[in-house]
Write a protein that binds this ligand. Structure first.
Ligand code: ATP
Ligand code: MG
Length: 410
């Protein structure tokens, strides 16, 4: 793609509204547009990242056999009254009445709605177990939206729900999801850890949170530097008795063993092998999809700009054309790499070289390639690895092998 034809509009000034480093960079590099406090639109660069995050999540969910659906954002308050969560979540719900004075909310989460859907179609143990998931917008009237997509009032979540007859089957689903989450968060290159958590308003018997350490984190955990264990409470490390250190963390994922709270309250029962009526045993599994974009920006950058991991970068490389006469050559390099499924942003603008370099660093694609003034004589492309600053000179006919090696493609 040509930069000159793209909708990428970076800014030179630091945005005044951003309270943290990652969010400042996402606004400056034009990944996001702030519509209102806590409400954002994803611009083409941000949407490319989000699309890759979603593809990683979808692929791992599908691998563990979860089936994707897409539920309504508008939900009748009546279904919330069945579980009493119309009161528990009253403060964060965006509520409204339609022209017939029926009460609705914009879904802050979907346990009630999925339970209504499932009970309509499931009546026998033979139809169990299964897992359903969606990637969808949630709405929560947060008391203090801040740090961009970290805590916003409208955000994207992946939420999955498992349904089974027995506790053992819930355990199996829970373990599968736990492992899938590890694979997903590894792919985002997070330095994350998993902590046992309080199920809170979701209910149920157990839950785990996937946490990423960050200065702007709103939760605090206690960390033993020797055993690398995290604790909810300050108190010496239970293994080695060392002093623990407090650490601020951001929750990027949360899984719950819900049990029968929703199925009992909403009447979701099946007949078991002996013909007895049993409530469905549920689990739910959330990932803060849009929060991940901000969490990566917050934890992966330098003084020049963002540094995207290869797995979710908007493009694999920015190709700087520093001499207009080389534009055709740039297209031919792009074609070579696109054949191998690498995506290239060709900076063909008339701007000075300094501006192009600044924007390439700011946007943070993993590689910056340069077709310099000497290309005609040397026939070599200069390549800089954004993460490490390492520089390479690669002949055009070797460029595809270089990228294949860097991406570990056999
Ligand atoms: P938090 O403790 O951060 O308020 P939560 O425990 O209320 O989050 P869950 O109901 O567990 O959130 O939602 C699943 C995931 O959705 C969370 O792990 C988090 O990553 C994300 N999330 C929750 N609230 C927000 C928000 N206001 N903005 C962005 N992402 C959010
Ligand atoms: Mg949570």
């Amino acid at each position: 793609m040509f930069y000159s034809k793209s909708f990428i509009n970076t800014s030179r000034e630091d945005p005044k509204v951003a309270e943290c480093r990652g969010h400042k960079l996402l606004l400056k590099a034009n990944f996001l547009y702030m519509v209102s406090s806590g409400i954002y639109s994803y611009l083409p660069l941000g949407w490319r990242v989000l699309d890759k995050i979603n593809k990683i999540i979808r692929s791992e969910m599908n691998l563990v056999g979860a089936q994707e659906l897409f539920m309504s954002a508008v939900q009748p308050i009546d279904i919330w009254k069945k579980t009493g969560r119309d009161k528990d979540l009253e403060e964060v719900m965006f509520k409204f009445k339609d022209r017939k004075s029926r009460e609705f909310c914009l879904g802050p989460t979907h346990e009630e709605e999925i339970t209504e859907i499932v009970k309509r179609y499931i009546s026998s143990y033979k139809q169990l177990p299964f897992v359903l998931y969606q990637i969808q917008t949630k709405f929560r009237d947060e008391p203090r939206p801040r740090f961009g997509l970290m805590r916003s009032s409208e955000f994207i979540m992946k939420d999955a729900y498992s349904f089974s007859l027995t506790q053992q089957c819930l355990e199996d689903n829970y373990q599968k999801m736990y492992k899938a989450y590890q694979i997903i968060f590894d792919k985002f290159k997070f330095n994350y850890f998993i902590s046992e958590a309080d199920p809170g308003a979701m209910g149920g018997s157990a839950s785990h949170e996937f946490m990423v350490p960050a200065e702007i984190g709103e939760d605090v955990l206690y960390f033993c530097p020797k055993c690398k264990k995290y604790y909810k409470e300050e108190g010496k490390c239970l293994v080695c008795q060392c002093e623990t250190k407090s650490e601020k963390v951001v929750e990027v994922g949360h899984i719950f063993k819900l049990g029968t709270k929703y199925s009992k309250a909403q009447g979701a029962f099946v007949l078991d092998q002996q013909g007895r009526r049993k409530p469905l045993i549920m689990g739910c599994y959330g990932i803060g999809v849009s929060r991940i974009l901000s969490a990566v920006a917050e934890t992966s950058s330098d003084s020049k700009g963002l540094i995207w991991p290869k797995t979710i970068a908007p493009f694999d490389a920015t190709l700087l054309v520093l001499d207009k006469s080389q534009t055709q050559e740039a297209l031919s390099i792009e074609a070579l790499l696109e054949k191998e499924c690498f995506s290239i942003l060709i900076d063909d603008r008339k701007s000075p070289a300094g501006v192009k370099f600044n924007d390439a660093y700011l946007i943070g694609n993993p590689y910056i390639m340069i077709i310099g003034k000497n290309y005609r004589e040397s026939a070599k492309i200069e390549v800089e690895k954004r993460e490490t600053g390492q520089k390479f000179e690669i002949a055009k006919d070797k460029i595809k092998d270089f990228f294949r090696d860097e991406y570990n493609i056999k």
